[in-house]
Design a protein around this ligand. Structure first.
Ligand code: ZN
Length: 140
């Protein structure tokens, strides 16, 4: 059993920007040389999230619309009194979805459904440079 920690860096537009990072995660698994195991995909930061979804144009709109109902961007948040950074909505959305997922891989390939991609969601108020940490555990 080996553990390898790798990192993906990417730019987001913030404001609910959703990036498909499946290919990037899979190429890091290939780079690790590990064949069977699990990868933890974790975004450091409290205004972004990682999940799986079908990455298609409809859901790229539907997911932010659903989150707008749960944590409206224009609402008043207690968080704004703490820092005055006016991204309370981003924090609530990120907390609901969560910062990480674990995905198994076999023979160097992610075990995902055909219509299931790994997505990074950035809810912050503007463009961000994000890093996504991959901790790959397995055997070669
Ligand atoms: Zn904040």
């Amino acid at each position: 059993m080996e553990v390898e920690t790798r990192e993906i860096r990417l730019k987001t537009k913030g404001q609910g920007d959703i990036k498909d990072i499946t290919g990037l995660v899979e190429s890091e698994i290939k780079g690790s040389g590990l064949q069977n195991g699990t990868v933890t995909v974790f975004v450091p930061g409290s205004t972004a999230a990682v999940t799986t979804m079908e990455y298609e144009p409809g859901l790229i709109k539907d997911i932010p619309l659903a989150l707008e109902k749960i944590a409206p961007s224009g609402a008043d948040y207690e968080h704004h009194k703490t820092w005055g950074d006016f991204n309370g909505s981003a924090h609530v959305r990120a907390a609901l979805i969560g910062p990480s997922i674990v995905v198994p891989f076999t023979e160097g390939r992610l075990v995902l459904g055909t219509w299931q991609q790994i997505a990074l969601l950035d809810f912050d108020t503007g463009p961000r440079d994000r890093r996504v940490v991959l901790q790959i555990m397995g055997v070669s």
